[in-house]
Design a protein around this ligand. Structure first.
Ligand code: NAD
Length: 297
């Protein structure tokens, strides 16, 4: 089976690389963190001494890094990986980054004759571990056709949104709606509690009524409502407030680039910024409700 390089073995990349290895692929992975490399190795993933070592002879290069600057830093520039990747290899970046950055790297890849897709994901750490991620893809039909068997080893849904960068635009649309819905759900429950309602009963009603959503049913922000939600464990182990803040910032940039209005997205971005400033940046984004808890007279 042809060789795969996987760069970035964090909360998401670690289990994704492990699923590729489990499916029988010859994975050579690299991360700047020795701990991440050791965890990947323990999960059966082959490791490399550097990103350049990982991509040597690889037919496919996957990356799962925090933000635009990491992805541009990895691929572009004089020492960038695009110079080291084998002719004919396919590049798949699964990080959530600015659409403009995704297009920049894709153009750099094209200039080298390499095909590339942006393939950010939805589904969180649980989806990455279970191999049930949704891939949201930008790039050519041909490149997606080549990537499909690998994406299917890590996920269960694949949406082709358009050319390079379109996957990132769609991912930002999803996360902007999620950020707004989570803040609105927390606000509604806080209002109910301040008026004497039981948060769990209110949430059960909302879950079968017109405001039903993932924020109510799966990741309910109020402690004590759902035993498996991050709120039940001090808002640990979910999708970080700082990552949501990053995605809402990217949505704001995309809105400015297109000259469109996102009034609720901008408001939500400010709420998550306040939550970070309150020291909750590392907590699950549903901790945004902490801004409102106990605000009643
Ligand atoms: P993470 O911080 O856990 O992992 C990122 C990893 O990249 C780290 O291990 C870091 O050491 C490594 N890294 C950074 N620069 C590197 C470089 N130049 N070379 C090699 N390794 C490098 O982040 P994560 O939670 O895995 O998220 C990754 C991406 O996925 C982000 O863009 C995030 O927005 C997106 N995402 C995350 C979730 C989630 O629930 N965590 C869900 C969907 C999408």
């Amino acid at each position: 089976m042809s060789r795969i390089a996987f760069i970035g073995l964090g909360n998401m990349g670690g289990p994704m690389a492990a699923n590729l290895a489990k499916a029988g692929h010859d994975v050579h992975a690299f991360d700047l963190s020795a701990d991440a490399l050791a965890a990947a190795s323990a999960a059966g993933v082959g490791t490399a001494a550097s990103a350049a070592d990982a991509v040597a002879g690889a037919a496919t290069v996957l990356s799962m890094l925090p933000a635009s600057r990491h992805v541009e830093g990895l691929y572009l520039g004089e020492d960038g990986l695009l110079g080291a990747i084998a002719d004919g290899a396919l590049v798949i970046d699964c990080s959530t980054i600015a659409p403009a950055s995704a297009r920049k790297v894709a153009h750099g890849a094209a200039a080298r004759g390499l095909e590339m897709i942006d393939a950010p994901v939805s589904g969180g750490v649980a989806g990455a571990s279970a191999g049930t991620l949704t891939f949201i893809v930008g790039g050519s039909d041909v490149a997606l056709g080549r990537a499909r068997p690998l994406l299917e080893a890590m996920g269960k849904n694949i949406f082709h949104m358009g050319p390079a960068g379109a996957g990132q635009v769609a991912k930002l649309c999803n996360n902007m709606a999620l950020g707004v819905i989570m803040a609105a759900t927390g606000e509604a429950i806080a209002l109910g509690v301040a008026n004497g309602l039981d948060a769990a009963t209110l949430s059960q009603m909302m879950a079968v009524s017109t405001s039903r959503s993932w924020a109510t049913e799966v990741c309910n922000p109020w402690p004590g409502v759902l035993e498996n939600a991050p709120a039940a464990r001090g808002y640990t182990g979910g999708f970080g407030n700082d990552l949501m803040l990053k995605d809402l910032g990217l949505a704001a940039e995309a809105a400015m680039a297109a000259g469109t209005a996102i009034p609720l997205g901008e408001l939500a971005r400010n709420l998550y910024a306040l939550n970070s400033a309150a020291g909750n940046g590392h907590l699950d984004f549903s901790s945004v409700v902490k801004l409102l808890q106990g605000s009643g007279s």
